[in-house]
Write a protein that binds this ligand. Structure first.
Ligand SMILES: Nc1ncnc2c1ncn2[C@@H]1O[C@H](COP(=O)(O)OP(=O)(O)O)[C@@H](O)[C@H]1O
Ligand SMILES: [Mg+2]
Length: 364
């Protein structure tokens, strides 16, 4: 009879692919503990993405692989823990101490569906079990409160001797909007100043608590305001939303270059309005051209996270505060948003696992 050893268990787990990171459990460093007690095996698996959806598959496949490798193993107990990895960044940790990762959702121009993407990605990760916040930082068109069906003045509370703004909450995510500071009457010329100066203050005044991911819906474009914001907010990375038309793609490229300039990694590109599926025939019509986003992502050496079709339910949901992923979870588009969010989480986790400890500067 083969002996039950930790090595044999690890060998078996090398053949089990974790679908959330698309790597095997061992090389993804997900096996945190193996205990052998006679012929019983206890394993602790940790995931650095909100992978509640992958849990059963991992457990089943790991059990099967161990049984195959070690036929005399009796009880195999697998415990699964989620611990979303943290982007280590002194500036972020100072400004947002409880926030593990910050993601800017950006676009080269307005109207490409940036806010809709931000809302649905944030909700997707929350549905997968993560603690998520969303900050509407689009000074020109704050629209997230409407899209999430909530628009109240946030409460201010004294915490540790400081005045803190409490984020609103709906559909399981925390929300704050620059729209609570600027209203339609605020002249556009002031909004840039609000965006860069007040936002920084605003950010440390909001009591986010513990978050795995904080999304920012940035103002569209690649001008001075966007550049200042990209420098002001400590960012784990950015996702760029584009539509398939040439003009949008040119603007998306500018967006990516802007983040490059300020050393913010682009985590991937999302194409919106990719195609329309005719409800009667199911035929896909590529109204604005096919494959543009994917080609651009390849050219710019960033991940293509996915393409979202045109669906009138998205407009309806956005206008009535009923986001697609929570209100129409069975639609193809909801599945695409959720898949994109999972790819994004995997991308962040891969980057976090490669991050170097922050350099310690020694002054002599
Ligand atoms: N995939 C989609 N299919 C259909 N309509 C969409 C889609 N994505 C966004 N929209 C709609 O397009 C409009 C612009 O989207 P929005 O997210 O506000 O864009 P942005 O924030 O880039 O200006 C909104 O009315 C929204 O409901
Ligand atoms: Mg918007």
């Amino acid at each position: 009879m083969s002996e039950i050893t930790k090595d044999a268990v690890m060998d078996a787990l090398k053949s089990v692919i974790a679908p959330n990171v698309k790597r095997d459990l061992v090389s993804a460093d997900m096996v945190k503990d193996v205990k052998i007690e006679g012929s019983n095996i206890k394993i602790l698996i940790e995931s650095t993405t909100p992978a509640s959806w992958a849990k059963e598959e991992i457990k089943t496949n790991a059990t099967e692989a161990i049984k195959k490798q070690i036929p005399n193993a009796k009880n195999i107990e697998i415990t699964f823990e989620v611990n979303v990895s943290k982007h280590v960044d002194p500036a972020k940790d100072q400004m947002l101490p409880g926030v593990k990762n910050t993601i800017a959702v950006a676009s080269g121009k307005g109207g490409v569906g940036k806010s809709t993407v931000a809302v649905n990605l944030a909700l997707s990760l929350a549905l997968d079990g993560a603690k998520v916040g969303l900050l509407d930082a689009d000074v020109y068109g704050p629209s997230i409160p409407m899209m999430l069906g909530i628009n109240e003045q946030p409460l201010v509370k004294q915490i540790d001797g400081k005045q803190k703004i409490l984020p609103l909450e709906n559909y399981g995510i925390k929300l704050m909007s620059i729209g609570f500071l600027v209203d339609e009457k605020t002249p556009v010329i002031w909004r840039g100043a609000m965006a860069s100066g007040a936002l920084k203050q605003f950010m440390s005044d909001v009591e986010w608590g513990e978050l795995d991911y904080l999304f920012y819906d940035l103002p569209p474009g690649t001008g001075d305001i966007q550049l200042t914001l990209a420098q002001t907010i400590p960012l784990t990375g950015a996702v760029i939303v584009t539509s398939p038309q040439d003009v949008s793609l040119i603007d998306a490229r500018k967006g990516l270059k802007m983040f490059e300039k300020v050393n913010v990694p682009t985590l991937g590109l999302i194409e919106n309005f990719s195609y329309f599926v005719a409800p009667d025939t199911g035929h896909k019509y590529y109204i604005f051209g096919q494959g543009g986003g994917e080609k651009l992502a390849k050219e710019l050496n960033t991940a293509f996270l996915g393409g979202i079709p045109i669906n009138p339910q998205i407009v309806e949901g956005g206008d009535h505060g009923k986001p697609l992923v929570t209100e129409f979870p069975d639609t193809e588009e909801a599945k695409i948003y959720r898949d994109i969010a999972r790819k994004l989480a995997a991308e962040i986790s891969a980057r976090n696992s490669n991050q170097q400890s922050p350099k310690i500067e020694i002054s002599l």
